[in-house]
Design a protein around this ligand. Structure first.
Ligand SMILES: *Cc1c(COP(=O)(O)O)cnc(C)c1O
Ligand SMILES: [Zn+2]
Length: 388
């Protein structure tokens, strides 16, 4: 709609809008969508939101799709921001919230990214989509591709949760299970995509999934009446949602909706796969591939993220941090959150709770801070993780 161009997040090179892109043609890093925000703000005002559709397409002016008929939607976005008052009381916090992304179509926030990516692929004439996935991205792509009448080719590790494999099959996708991790699946897509005519929708290797996920930032603004929280704790794999929210906050400031104050952004990863935590602690701009990655929180099993520098930049610029928690801690936290608040979290989302405890005991989070935990998916997709 109001897209002016795409811009490399690393070298700044400008790329033309309304054409198919993967990574920067100069340096191989992710591209970000840029908008004429002054024009967007003419019709997208805080007041205008009241009467709009209750999904993420309410922010239409700052989303990339040109023509309405290409919007491929299942009602994604705008899940509740739950005031976790009982859990908060146990921790000694008044203002603890859970953004419950498990209520999205396909039961995770991957729906947000895929609604945008598939809609744009449709607009640009793509017929076949391919993705490597640790699980939930696969299910989301399969669903949105079906809805758009496109083919989906999905590559997942053999030990991906069963629910993810079955949902892809039942929504008509072509599924290939591979030995190895998401990085190996990515290489599998890379080897075949040219010959097969697939468009690669790996996160941040195409410019639009992040646009869908950034709407979490707009929603936090709206749900908190334009007073952003003090701390956001985010289970980080590829980091698309964290980078996306960080981008959304800048757009909101440019439209005059918020000031320059930002939440402290906190990455939580599993101890068995914590490349961002390691790089944050070592003070490097990029993160090395994490060896022997393993965790039951499959969405966090991302040993190497192409947007590593964007995650690390946001953590540092916001005064945030990165924390690793063990699988035992995050599984125990699932039941704690469930029993206190009635939300059956994905293990990734549950990881936010032990991270918060560590931040509180370090004094990095105080009892009167307003804190948001991102429950990024639903526990029902991870029955194997709870089967002991
Ligand atoms: C993909 C996924 C994550 C990680 O999200 P990123 O934005 O890629 O860091 C976290 N939790 C769940 C449930 C996921 O599916
Ligand atoms: Zn570049």
């Amino acid at each position: 709609m109001n897209v002016t161009h795409l811009e490399c997040a690393n070298c700044g090179l400008r790329h033309e809008a309304r054409r198919l892109h993967n990574l920067c043609t100069e340096c191989g890093k992710p591209l970000l969508v840029r908008y004429d925000l002054e024009r967007a703000a003419d019709s997208l005002t805080k007041e205008s939101l009241a009467g709009r559709r209750a999904d993420l397409w309410r922010y239409r002016e700052v989303l990339p799709v040109e023509r309405d008929e290409n919007v491929t939607s299942l009602g994604e976005g705008f899940p509740p921001l739950v005031h976790a008052s009982r859990l908060g009381e146990q921790l000694g916090m008044n203002e603890l919230y859970i953004k419950d992304e498990g209520q999205n179509p396909t039961q995770s926030f991957k729906a947000r990214g895929m609604t945008a990516a598939v809609s744009m692929a449709k607009e640009l004439g793509v017929k076949k989509l391919a993705v490597p996935s640790a699980g939930n991205a696969a299910g989301a792509l399969a669903a949105y591709a079906a809805r758009a009448g496109m083919e989906a080719y999905i590559f997942m590790p053999k030990d991906t949760p069963r629910a993810n494999v079955i949902e892809c099959e039942q929504t008509g996708a072509h599924v290939t299970l591979m030995d190895g991790l998401i990085t190996d699946c990515g290489a599998g897509v890379g080897r075949r995509k040219e010959a097969e005519g697939w468009f690669d929708v790996s996160t941040l290797k195409e410019p639009y999934r992040i646009e869908g996920k950034k709407t979490m930032g707009y929603e936090l603004g709206e749900q908190f009446d334009w007073e952003l929280p003090d701390v956001i704790i985010y289970p980080t794999g590829g980091g698309t949602g964290l980078i996306g929210m960080w981008k959304a906050f800048d757009e909101m400031e440019q439209m005059g909706w918020i000031g320059s104050k930002r939440p402290r952004m906190v990455t939580v990863q599993a101890a068995g796969c914590a490349p961002i935590v390691r790089a944050f602690e070592e003070g490097t701009r990029f993160a090395d591939e994490f060896p022997n990655a393993h965790t039951t929180a499959s969405g966090l099993r991302v040993p190497k993220a192409i947007g590593d520098f964007l995650i690390l930049d946001a953590l540092r610029a916001s005064g945030g941090t990165a924390i690793a928690v063990t699988d035992d801690e995050l599984i125990a936290a699932t039941k704690e959150i469930g029993a206190a608040e009635g939300i059956f979290c994905a293990p990734e989302g549950a990881a936010c709770l032990p991270a918060l405890r560590k931040l509180m005991s370090d004094g990095a989070v105080k009892s009167n801070d307003r804190v948001v935990l991102f429950n990024t998916g639903s526990g029902v997709k991870y029955l194997e993780s709870f089967s002991t």
